[in-house]
Design a protein around this ligand. Sequence first.
Ligand SMILES: [Zn+2]
Length: 290
Amino acid sequence: MMQQALNALLNEISHLKSAFVKPILRSWNVSDHLEHTFELTDDEMHLYSRQILLDGWDIEAQEKLKLANVLIVGAGGIGCTSAELLARAGVGKITIVDADTIEVSNLQRQIAFTSNDLGQYKAETLAKHLQEINPHIQVSYQNKRFDETNADELVQHQDVVLDGCDNFTTRYLVNAVCKTHQVPLISASAIGFEGQMFMVESDSACYECLFPKENQTNEGLRCAESGVLATTPVMVASLQAHHTLLFLGLGLTPLKQKLLLWNGLNLTQRILQFEKDVNCPVCQASASVN
Ligand SMILES: [Zn+2]
């Protein structure tokens, strides 16, 4: 009975949906061919029916997800979880970049990998996992480090970049390149029992405004050195994926220029607004470019 009601509702919304939904994320020259490819098929309507039925989330929001291009930097504890959630939710094109191979100590928290994957590239293995979960989306990967040689090419055509890398050098570079190309960035990190997340978009303050590079002294603070509970990165990455869906589907930016701090020992969360640093070299450079 429930299935019948669902099918009837899906039929109804299928007829109501517009033939052409204009993407708001960035301007596209949509050809006749593409015009048809981003409409949801019947199989996709069923797959995403629990989202489409949501109050406040409709076919248009779901089609925006299908149109979206998302880059995920790092296929570790953060990237495995956020990538899987975005793939399940229906983000149309996901690109993963990571140079590392899978080690036994990763399996405790990097939920896309099993003991059969040891020694394989993380980016490639995660990409295959996503494609098995959702054959309706496109997944690509680079088994390379995100660095100056590939950063511009990887970032410039994305609708949003998700950073889940494990080091400050990459995090500063992702921030700077996103700012240069005016691509929104949703960044998450986890260490020990604590998680952090923030969003940088268009003219907002950036990561380097928040944490000036010259003040950064703990480059070595990574999971490998300081440990992390299995649930901490999964928790923060779920928030990161959630924020990404809100942004892509509904255009919401609840964490723009705000830092979310999640404490995994007392289960509290704080959200702090941060301001633009007038001396931030990244913001100065992007202002002169754009
Ligand atoms: Zn800045």
